[in-house]
Design a protein around this ligand. Sequence first.
Ligand code: PMP
Length: 398
Amino acid sequence: MNAPGSVVRTAPASSPEQVFDWLDEEAAKRAEAGLVRRLRPRTADVGELDLAGNDYLGLARDKRVAGATAAAALRWGAGSTGSRLVTGSTELHAELEHELARFTGAQAALVFSSGFTANLGAVTALSGAESAIVTDKYIHASLIEGCRLSRAEVAAVAHADPAAVRHALATRRRNRALMVTDSVFSVDGDLAPLPELAAACREQGAALLVDDAHGIGVLGEGGRGAVHEAGLADAPDVVTTITLSKALGAQGGAVLGPRRVIRHLVDTARSFIFDTGLAPGSAAAALTALGVLRAEPELATTVREAAGNLAERLGAAGFVVGAPAAAVVSVRAPTPEDAVGWAARCAELGVRVGCFRPPSVPDGISRLRLTARADLTESDLDKAVGVITETAPERARG
Ligand code: PMP
């Protein structure tokens, strides 16, 4: 970033029409770099095979879950009407928090309006100018924003590397410390070494914050998440954030952890206090999804198997595929342009896949990002592998 003094001041805009001219200049640069993004609204009932969304258990359209949204909206209103601290907490929010804590084995839970705001709130409230934060260098953007807002001394270290974390914590210049990581990394779908990271944190007197957005509902016993699987769900020094918008098919986020952490967030997390509470319909949907998952714990195993199958078959077809820890399968593309073209050709043939390229990927490697769902059939998998193979750019194999 330029130091403020190094910016050359040119003539200011001479008319209101020119004030935003700089946006056009930036848009032209993005176009040149192939970085223009496009919104592609989904059309209901078109029958596209979705390997891009995060509806891992197929619950977003489940009649029980979607029906709960409608019933709660009719009973409580379409919106929550205010901050959680004023009018935005309904009995549904309280019940959801109770159930989330019970399901994951955490002492307590606090529901936010999204996973993004849960991460912002947790990171900023649990650190400050007097603390150090050590992060994995591939953490989600919402955690990075939390670190930036925190005013802490921040060190981003090598990916999935407990020794690097231990070293950064040991050489910090602040007393208090927080280590921040994703459990399942959102681009490559690999898993953080949580037990080793927890051990490094303990040795160095640091707290551990794990974003289990892609683990909840997919990993651990009956989908209790990666933190539960690592035996850390009720640890006094571990805080977990989740989203309600992926495996649970709803919308919203939550922080899970020791009771005193949750109390602290209620009093101090700005993205909790100054944000309108989660819509009642979304709270009801998440609550119903948790009930479905309790009744059908095999959903979590099924989605993992589907991801494993997809990765294996694409690997056998010669593509460079990461070993999926949860539902996310990543397939390497030779160049950003290849990735964009590949994804577009898949869409034309009725298979929607995600496409990640710089700057969304910090390592500069472009990929297709595929997500498995528990309700994928064998013929869905056949179609996915067929279309991805047929549309692959040259040099995508090996
Ligand atoms: N963390 C991770 C790892 C994510 O992938 C996402 C969603 N892309 C979020 C947090 C944000 O969650 P939400 O979409 O509920 O805001």
